[in-house]
Design a protein around this ligand. Structure first.
Ligand code: AMP
Ligand code: ZN
Length: 474
């Protein structure tokens, strides 16, 4: 039996208990990157929080299958199907082909995705691999009367739905309607302002690089159709959880639901998980703004990518997070101290299963309770402070890292290796410690203090702990 698991379901606008269709199994779809530019650290925040969601579900006892698309066609500069194809703009900017751009930025994306400790999805599928599936879905939508052709393009007819704005409260609906009305670039082919393109054969730019034959003429798919089709191709007619950033809620996920449920004739996905944005001081981080701050750039500046992950884990996924280098520096300091503490643990004693279970339960409650990652980190600190032996603490650090993926043990080991002392110095330290113990026993505290000072002068700090004297190089 999996542990009780809750998170915020955008569809019902509340924190809900998760219950998958098939016991113990989770099918999950996540919107992938648009590969016309580097993924910035904001995009990566979204993928870190999704990774934590998956690992927390696994920690709770679920078996998760996750599919992700790579958007390499059809995403226009406005999510409302206007402007230029982002991929084409990227290719022009760099005087390369769209395919070269897609390959380059997909590789760059995964380099940063991996560096922050994320597990790769089980399936990654570029949109351009699935053109026959898109054509099939568009055809079915036309046959069922949910779509129409106009001016050479195929559109989804949102007036055919009882409730198009599925994610929005009544107030939000009104705001969205005003927003849609005020959208500057109007497509006169649309019967309703909210209709969206399923297949383009005509657009303002004639030099679209990627084109395919279709029953409606040579063209290319709209952006939203890819996620519905790729999800169904690998996960079937139902999925349990669909993930994305909050900017995906409207119009992208709203449109995905419209076309998927019209195509299927039943509910498609029960739980929608959205994580909030990373902002810099001037607002939302965005690829289209030009210079982008990436995980690789952070690395070049000397930051460990896992420090960025730690930074993200300290705040809740539903809150906007403001990035600054000062904040990251602070977190780097905290992370290094944490690694040092873990490095001090010696694999001594037998794991105390009762204590271990107690902390694991507290950790489960945190991560399975709407992904309370900062609480999970507090549990980690509590475990390190606990009145138990080092073997138990090490086992807990290893266990929690299944979800946190901060590689604390790996970093601690590296720190230990970096600090390897030469045997002569070590012999001297051990001798000094035993001389100090004897002095203390003889109540000769002056000598004991002098030995401590002598060690300190040589860069060795000693600490009296319940498990005996510990030393470290400073
Ligand atoms: P894109 O490559 O633009 O399609 O975005 C990839 C993912 O990053 C999507 O799920 C977006 O919702 C998400 N995203 C975009 N901007 C941000 C941001 N500033 N902070 C966090 N996530 C973002
Ligand atoms: Zn998507």
């Amino acid at each position: 039996m999996a542990h009780k698991f809750t998170f915020y379901n955008t569809l019902n606008r509340k924190v809900e208990e998760f219950s998958p269709r098939e016991e113990g199994k989770v099918s999950m779809y996540t919107c992938g990157p648009t590969v016309y530019h580097y993924a910035h650290i904001g995009n990566i925040r979204t993928y870190i929080m999704q990774d934590v969601l998956i690992k927390a579900l696994e920690y709770a006892g679920y078996d998760v299958k996750r599919v992700m698309n790579i958007t390499d066609v059809g995403h226009l500069s406005s999510d409302a199907d206007t402007g230029e194809d982002k991929m084409l703009a990227g290719a022009k900017r760099e005087h390369k082909t769209v395919m070269e751009i897609a390959k380059f930025y997909t590789d760059a994306f995964f380099k940063d995705f991996d560096a922050v400790g994320n597990k790769r999805p089980d399936v990654v599928e570029p949109a351009t691999n699935c053109i026959p599936e898109f054509i099939n879905m568009v055809q079915v939508l036309l046959d069922k009367g949910f779509a129409y052709t106009a001016g050479g393009n195929v559109y989804f007819d949102t007036s055919k739905l009882k409730d198009y704005y599925v994610f929005s409260s009544e107030v939000e609906k009104e705001e969205l309607q005003v927003g849609v009305r005020d959208d500057v670039e109007e497509d006169t082919n649309k019967r309703n302002k909210t209709d969206f393109v399923l297949w383009f054969t005509k657009s303002k730019f004639e030099d679209q690089a990627l084109k395919w034959d279709s029953p409606w003429g040579v063209g290319y798919p709209g952006w939203h159709i890819e996620c519905s089709c790729i999800s169904m191709k690998h996960l079937g007619e139902y999925i349990d959880i669909h993930c994305g950033g909050v900017d995906n809620i409207f119009p992208h996920h709203t449109n995905e639901i419209a076309q998927s449920e019209s195509y299927l004739g039943h509910e498609w996905c029960k739980y929608w998980f959205h994580s909030n944005h990373l902002n810099d001081r001037v607002g939302k981080m965005s690829k289209s703004k030009g210079a982008v701050l990436t995980v690789s750039v952070l690395k070049e500046k000397g930051y460990d990518p896992l420090v960025y992950r730690f930074f993200c884990l300290q705040s809740h996924y539903r809150k906007p997070l403001e990035f600054s280098f000062e904040a990251l520096d602070n977190v780097a300091g905290v992370y290094n101290k944490l690694v040092k503490r873990v490095a001090e643990l010696k694999p001594e004693g037998q794991v105390d299963e009762t204590v271990k279970k107690q902390f694991e339960d507290a950790f489960s409650d945190a991560v399975c309770g709407d992904l309370n990652t900062s609480m999970a980190i507090t549990v980690l600190y509590d475990a390190l402070k606990a009145d138990t032996n080092d073997a138990t603490k090490l086992a807990l650090v290893e266990n929690f890292d299944k979800v946190l993926s901060l590689d604390l043990l790996g970093h601690a080991k590296a720190l230990g290796e970096g600090n390897e002392v030469d045997p002569e110095l070590e012999a001297y330290i051990l001798d000094a410690i035993s001389r100090r113990a004897e002095a203390k026993k003889a109540k000769d505290f002056a000598t004991a203090d002098a030995i401590r000072a002598e060690l300190l002068e040589k860069g060795v700090e000693i600490k009296d702990t319940r498990e005996g004297v510990k030393w470290q190089l400073i």
